[in-house]
Design a protein around this ligand. Sequence first.
Ligand code: ASP
Length: 584
Amino acid sequence: MSTPTFDNRYRTAWAGLARPEQAGNELRVAGWVHRRRDHGGLIFLDLRDREGLLQLVIHPEAAETHEAAHGLRAEDVISAAGTLVEREAGTVNSDLPTGEVELRVSSFDLLADADTPPFQIDEDDPVSEELRLQYRYLDLRKRPMTEAIVLRHRVVSAIRRHLEAEGFLDIETPILTRSTPEGARDYLVPSRPQPGSWYALPQSPQLFKQLLMMSGFERYYQIARCFRDEDLRADRQPEFTQLDMELAFVDEEDVLATCDRLIGQVLAVGGIEAPQEIERLTYGESMLRYGSDRPDRRIPIEIADLGQVFAASEFKVFSGALGAGEVVRGFATSGEFPRSRFDSLTERARSLGAKGLVWGVLEPDGWRSPVAKFLSEEEIAGMMAATGAKDGDAILVVADDAATAARVLGELRLDVGEPEGGHDLVWVVDFPMFEWNEEGQRWDALHHPFTAPSGDLEADPGTWRSRAYDLVMDGTEIGGGSIRINTAELQSKVFGALGMSPAEAEERFGFLLRALRYGAPPHGGIAFGLDRIVALLAGRASIREVIAFPKTASGADPLTGAPAPVDARQLRELGLRAQAPPAG
Ligand code: ASP
């Protein structure tokens, strides 16, 4: 990182960057008292600034300074002047980058004193997340948090440098806008001058970036805040950051190659080497082999289709399912498999929607399985060959409709498998365009309705494919995008397939349909989840660890108290009435 030259009354250098080359120099440093130790007349202070810690030493000879230093407490803010000296051999601290030097203090100023913090900054004691977030400004003073936020900055800076060199323009898009469907609920903001009308906060800049392509900017990017009112399961935040990109005059190959180059640069910031060309897997293959469109390929288990093996089986559970157009699939895994473990896996399979789970282990004295007597030697051999099972391995098999079999085996694979090796990146491509929404009895777009479909568009929409792609890292989707529709006719047709009447399409997306009639170039793009990428690079389990001011898992901000009630007057101005919160 570049070092500013500052020379003012507070400091002349970063404390955390002091090195032996500067020994003998008079320095002034400023920061927070990390720790104070009194040792036989000498007072040692660890002074902390953004760049790290530096040991300050105060000798008793400087009586007044020494006396004042006695009163210093953790987190007091000081500015100290003195001579930087090399530490004597034996007192070097190899844990600190500044550990070979110390500042012999001649004088210091107390700039601000600090109350006793609610938790120690210089220790790793477990602190509840609620308390950490309530005092986030103190939490961020801890080294690992400082490092995570600095890493985030470095990632964003690498992105900007790389994309600017590739001709992308950074263009902002509105926050107060209309609904941009990405499959979540909108956050709504009431309009004061137009009572009864609402803005929606963008779930993504999707339509604006497409309009920018129609405006002729050709290559756009934005580090964009997005808002999705989702149930806050898993590791979600109501607002999160995407690296959003769009390119004109491109097809899939151009977008993926552009992203391969970009991802190489981004991962390099975290010391991870990405392949020059990231492998691709079709959605169909991914669902078959890994039971997921977010495959964690670090787990060395692959699902095999056993349809051929059991087509004519005596075992009716298998042959019956196959006869009814369902599938029989399974995988092999090694490990300890007592009966109780199979019982709990069977329970798990059922809770995931499977009719049941067939299991077996090939032991030295034969095939141990509740269904052993129904399966022929050839079937067992065929199953072992297809799943790559070795002697002693367990095999888990599901006979069900393809979607259920994939989902169940995909989850069981994650349950029993352990990731191996470094990192894994893969593009998943060739998705279906729609998925059937049982509840609503209609088709939903698997990506979003602006994705270009492919396949026979005269045939049933259930058969359409989409020109979409997702980037998956270590089993987590880190980016997704598509080539877009660029004619009003096709866009209307897709709205129609989604069950939208022409009037509704006009009402919600008339502006897009009109824009598509004024010369819309072929275009496509992608958005990457920046929080997630930084979390992966920082080796943090949660994106909350790489966001300066995140919300809790229930969407609250314990620091500011948001969300909070507002004045009755504010509501009146907006033509709204407060509803009492539900009792309890
Ligand atoms: N707008 C999409 C999303 O947020 C990304 C894209 O299609 O570019 O997932």
